[in-house]
Write a protein of this length. Sequence first.
Length: 148
Amino acid sequence: MKCPFCGAEDTKVIDSRPSDNNTIRRRRQCIVCDRRFTTYERVEVLPLMVVKKDGVREEFDRSKIEKGMLRACHKRPVSADQIARLADEIENELMSGGEREIPSTVIGERVMGKLAATDDVAYVRFASVYREFKDVKTFVKEIEKMKK
């Protein structure tokens, strides 16, 4: 950290403590001029980008996952808290994956996996829209896969 008074590049940290909004307040002292100053550090969070099927990129929006799951779970024995928890799990998995760009297909598959483990009907509802089922045969094939 450069000293704001003399421009020297050698400073030492005297005190560190948490501050508001996930920042850390650091008291520093310049080794050259012996003056003290305060700096604030915060983690830089880069937004997660979603790459759509047509190649368009947009910022990740967790609410889209929740809305899709809410529609799939309509009139099913799945609470709003369960849906929020599933969305949390998916978001955490994506954020901890280390990738900054995620294909929308990966997100859709994760949602289907969580719904399949939660409620079969909700899973089929979501899959029918996500995979664009064209006819009843496709529904039957998906249900047969679930039986196995």
